[in-house]
Unconditional design. Structure first.
Length: 337
């Protein structure tokens, strides 16, 4: 339907992202929540609303991303929610700063993948970006989870550790990869950083520009823009939906403050919202004048998640990046990287 430029009616979205909360203990300076620029009311995803939503949408949902603009495990019902979705056969993924992860809760939840995203290899470099969090606490919770999984060899939980590569920690990439393999993580994720404006770009983008998804020539002219600028197309809004903690649906993760609310799925259901007039109008705007759509301006352009996943046979390294030729793809193992 996307290739045909048809805005609806569409089949239900196979990828769902839902927000356990938009509250966070971290004060990351390139995040609307961390900077105190979140204009939406803060709150927690309600367990009953979540369960009703899963009951209605499980039959067509392949992937559930259990995170958005806050720390997922601040929601006291997070593990029950994940387990409920897993019991319906949905593949569930989350990412965390690690401060509140309970190892037994994660194993109980049967989540498919949990990503600990760190800001550095020392408390000093970690807290340069992950302001207000504790690397020591994240490490302790991560190691406890790895040990707990060893006690459950049949567990489906895949453990990912990510390093958000920035100017203050880019010298730590090699030591991060070595450490990630030694502790028994499944995947080490090298994450290209994002910035919302040129001030943040000057402060945080690495000196080594292989970690950029931004256009270097444009940057030299004082303009922040991605290497790949979408040209009236977006696969996400034909196949996925981003849902805030209160049920409001927005086009994607580039709308943290809910400027483009498409409807409320708790009140009206996914299909009615996904095929409603606001959603169709938004797809029209993408097809006809995407350059004028604010949330597309700094889109990283990551490809869609896989529908069929294989667990890695051994420790692997992933570059969470984009270039002009391809979407993110697994790279060589740490032995070769």
């Amino acid at each position: 339907m996307a290739r045909m430029h048809r805005v609806g009616p569409l089949l239900p979205p196979v990828h769902i992202a839902i927000e356990p909360t938009n509250a966070c203990n971290a004060r990351c300076p390139v995040c609307e929540t961390g900077k105190g620029e979140m204009t939406r009311r803060k709150g927690m995803l309600d367990l009953t609303n979540f369960q009703r939503f899963i009951d209605r949408s499980a039959r067509w949902t392949n992937s559930l991303f259990f995170y958005f603009m806050g720390e997922p495990f601040l929601n006291k019902n997070a593990y029950e929610m994940i387990r409920y979705a897993r019991a319906k056969g949905i593949w569930v993924d989350t990412c965390t700063n690690g401060d509140f992860v309970d190892a037994k809760g994660v194993i109980y939840s049967d989540i498919n993948r949990i990503s600990f995203q760190l800001g550095g290899m020392t408390e000093k470099t970690h807290q340069r970006y992950r302001v207000g969090t504790s690397l020591e606490k994240a490490h302790a919770n991560l190691l406890e989870l790895i040990e707990e999984r060893r006690k459950h060899p049949g567990s489906n939980v895949r453990i990912d550790v990510g390093l958000i590569v920035m100017r203050h920690n880019e010298h730590e990439v090699a030591s991060f990869l070595k450490w990630a393999k030694e502790i028994g993580a499944d995947t080490a994720n090298i994450i290209d950083p994002c910035a919302r404006n040129m001030t943040e770009a000057y402060a945080y983008l690495p000196r080594d520009r292989k970690y950029w998804f931004y256009d270097e020539d444009a940057f030299e002219r004082g303009e922040l823009r991605p290497k790949v600028v979408p040209q009236n197309e977006c696969i996400w809004i034909w196949n996925s939906m981003q849902i805030n903690w209160n049920g409001d649906a927005v086009p994607c993760c580039r709308d943290p403050n809910g400027h483009h609310i498409l409807g409320n799925v708790f009140e009206d259901g996914v299909l009615r919202v996904f095929n409603g007039k606001p959603a169709r109008n938004f797809r029209h705007s993408i097809l006809e004048r995407q350059g004028a759509v604010d949330i597309c301006r700094l889109c990283s352009g990551y490809g869609m998640p896989e529908l069929v996943r294989d667990l890695p046979a051994s420790f692997s390294v992933v570059r969470h990046q984009i270039d002009s030729a391809s979407a993110p793809s697994p790279q060589d193992s740490a032995d070769k990287g």
